[in-house]
Write a protein that binds this ligand. Structure first.
Ligand code: WTA
Length: 643
């Protein structure tokens, strides 16, 4: 019997949704989806309200994802304009700088609106029009939010690229969506270090012929050379008015592209729509986090990931919330910093990743205990399975038992939370994302696609569409269908393994494909392998995940060198640096094992199962190796395991 944390009576009484209401919502969404969703859609401000809801199909013959197709709206107007009359002077955005001794900034809804309109006019002056792609490669500064919302205002499609990605990774993403314009800053700052964003864009531009214009925000004041391609944001902004009407958009018009790693090939441009996505971001923020006017909401993600899109910007702003954006790291200058930010801004809800909690937990409770945290009322987590130990630490030490833990399972592809508790409705179990939200229909299947009932483990599929579902892979609709809907025909396959317990609670066990989750960031093993084999001394590489006590998973690389090349510590360091330069620091291998040969079947397929076991240190159960072309390579791999 796993332990259960019951919903507090206080939460049950005061929350937007209690257990009874959750059951009613779930039933209504299942039995009358059209009525339910048209009703829920009213939480948005439509120019033309939709009369149709779900028109999606997961079947090959009429495949497609479509919601609210005859509705028209503007996403930025939903996040800004509609709040002006009622809460124009309320704080929309709080910005907390990297260095604690610096002053935070606050923007009311009116001020944020004005900044966004001005940014939008700068984009327009540069010739950006509805449907154009704008790449945003920014640090966590307010202008990143202005730029994102400015795109939404004029109907341009933003593609935010995480500021930790390398010039190469950036160039690939600029080219893939044929983006003419990049918004960046001179430099970024994080944990006291600077990141040369503008220089990275310059390097990317050499490999990205589609790039014609770069708008540069002066953030740190670093001296950066400007070329004919570049324009300073503050100079351009001085030339335009602060009046910019919002572009009416169809619900199905694209809102943004976000690149994410899959098990094969280069990262996919996940495309989200305007109406369905915004509804899902807004509704899940309301349901899971029970936001109330006046609460200070802090999603401690980076804007370069989907969590930042949905829960720093779109969801909270659509709900008229005060959202906090933090430039720095949770544990810099020390492990109290995250809780000091909570105290400084009287944060009510913090939403962060298990990896951050594990890193902080390791530093000891004293860093937490010396802060106040009495403003906190709810604690959220996302990105990877949370181990019960970290869950309890969050609950007992950080929240002092007062704050429900909302563990949200979802993906870039889902737009917002899918399996997650509601604080007034759902009893909690440490380590479980609990139950599906209304409108979410999970199913567990075995390898052959057989549907598994009851308490069981299997592969997690979703059988019906939901408003926040991705619409396509940018430029490759066939890949969208192929990636998600062919493993188990007629179903969306998440790529995750999952256990359902006797109470119908879902326990995500991690990816079952060749994607690894490093510190809550998705990394395709194929991407790291491609980077390694680009090195002149590398003949072949195979990458798998390995357990890591802070990151969740680490990256373990097996590398075969070209004939005549010698393995050495220097080369190991060089290869680590190589991957950092090719992809970015998040892809740095934690362990590199030089392997004279890789375990392959006679048809040449690498047996990853064996490599995973060795990386995990589980060498006693390697299974049948007799089908290998050369079984003796396994002995060498075991003998020379790293770590
Ligand atoms: C994993 C992040 C367990 C999962 C929002 C998923 C989780 C992948 C959880 C998506 C959770 C995310 N519990 N696993 N609460 N949340 N995951 O696209 O493997 O960056 O498929 O989206 O993270 O990662 P992505």
């Amino acid at each position: 019997m796993s332990d259960v944390y019951r919903v507090s009576q206080d939460w049950a009484r005061h929350a937007h949704v209690d257990a009874e209401k959750y059951a009613a919502l779930y039933d209504a969404a299942a039995s009358d989806p059209t009525g339910f969703w048209l009703d829920q859609a009213q939480r948005l401000d439509w120019i033309v309200p939709p009369t149709v809801a779900d028109q999606s199909s997961f079947d090959e013959a009429d495949f497609g994802v479509r919601w609210f197709a005859d509705g028209r709206l503007n996403v930025a107007a939903n996040c800004l304009d509609r709040h002006l009359a009622s809460r124009g002077n309320d704080v929309a955005l709080i910005w907390e700088p990297d260095a604690p001794e610096e002053e935070p900034k606050r923007f009311t809804y009116l001020e944020l609106f004005q900044h966004v309109c001005r940014f939008a006019n700068v984009l327009k002056a540069e010739g950006v029009a509805k449907g154009d792609r704008v790449t945003i490669y920014m640090p966590m500064i307010p202008e990143a939010a202005f730029a994102v919302l400015a795109c939404a205002r004029i109907g341009a499609i933003h593609s935010v690229v995480f500021g930790g990605f390398s010039p190469d990774a950036l160039a690939g993403r600029i080219e893939d969506c044929d983006s003419r314009l990049v918004v960046t800053a001179d430099c970024g700052r994080r944990g006291g270090k600077t990141i040369p964003l503008k220089a990275n864009v310059d390097a990317a531009a050499e490999r990205a012929p589609s790039l014609k214009r770069v708008i540069v925000v002066k953030a740190t004041g670093a001296d950066v050379p400007m070329t004919g391609r570049d324009v300073w944001y503050h100079e351009a902004a001085a030339q335009v008015s602060a009046d910019c009407p919002a572009e009416p958009m169809d619900a199905e018009d694209p809102l943004f592209i976000l690149y994410t790693s899959g098990s094969t090939g280069k990262p996919k441009g996940v495309l989200h729509s305007s109406g369905g996505y915004l509804l899902w971001a807004s509704l899940t923020h309301h349901w899971c986090f029970d936001y109330r006017p006046g609460d200070v909401w802090w999603c401690a993600a980076d804007i370069g990931w989907v969590t930042g899109h949905s829960y720093i910007l779109y969801g909270p702003l659509a709900n008229g919330a005060t959202t906090l954006m933090y430039e720095g790291l949770p544990n810099w200058p020390d492990a109290s910093r995250i809780w000091q930010v909570v105290d400084r801004h009287k944060v009510h809800t913090i939403f962060t990743a298990p990896t951050a909690l594990r890193a902080l937990m390791k530093e000891g409770d004293a860093f937490v205990a010396k802060t106040d945290r009495s403003s906190l009322k709810l604690l959220g987590t996302v990105g990877e399975p949370i181990n019960p130990e970290a869950w309890r630490w969050y609950n007992d030490v950080v929240g002092e038992g007062r704050c429900p833990i909302v563990d949200t399972w979802w993906q870039t592809e889902t737009g917002g939370a899918m399996i997650a508790p509601m604080p007034g409705a759902t009893d909690l179990k440490p380590g479980s994302a609990t139950k599906p939200l209304p409108g979410v229909h999970p199913q567990l299947v075995d390898e052959t696609g057989k549907v598994l009932d009851g308490a069981v483990s299997g592969n997690l599929c979703i059988t019906r569409s939901w408003p926040g579902q991705m619409r396509t892979v940018w430029g490759d609709h066939a890949r969208f269908f192929q990636t998600y809907f062919t493993t188990y025909p007629g179903k969306y396959f998440t790529g995750d393994g999952c256990r359902r317990d006797e109470d119908g609670y879902y326990w995500i066990t991690g990816r079952v494909d060749d994607v690894i989750n490093v510190s809550g960031h998705r990394m395709g093993t194929a991407e790291v392998e491609s980077a390694l084999v680009l090195h002149a001394k590398v003949a072949e590489a195979a990458v798998v995940g390995m357990p890591h006590d802070v990151k969740g998973q680490g990256i373990y690389a097996y590398v075969t060198l070209n004939a005549g090349e010698a393995a050495s510590e220097e080369l190991r360091a060089e290869l680590r640096q190589w991957v950092r330069t090719e992809i970015g620091p998040i892809a740095t291998p934690d362990a590199i094992q030089f392997a004279p040969g890789l375990p392959k079947t006679r048809s040449g397929k690498i047996m990853r199962r064996i490599l995973r076991k060795i990386a995990e240190g589980d060498v006693s159960s390697l299974g049948d190796t007799s089908t290998l072309a050369d079984p003796s390579v396994v002995d060498d791999l075991v003998a020379n395991r790293v770590g």
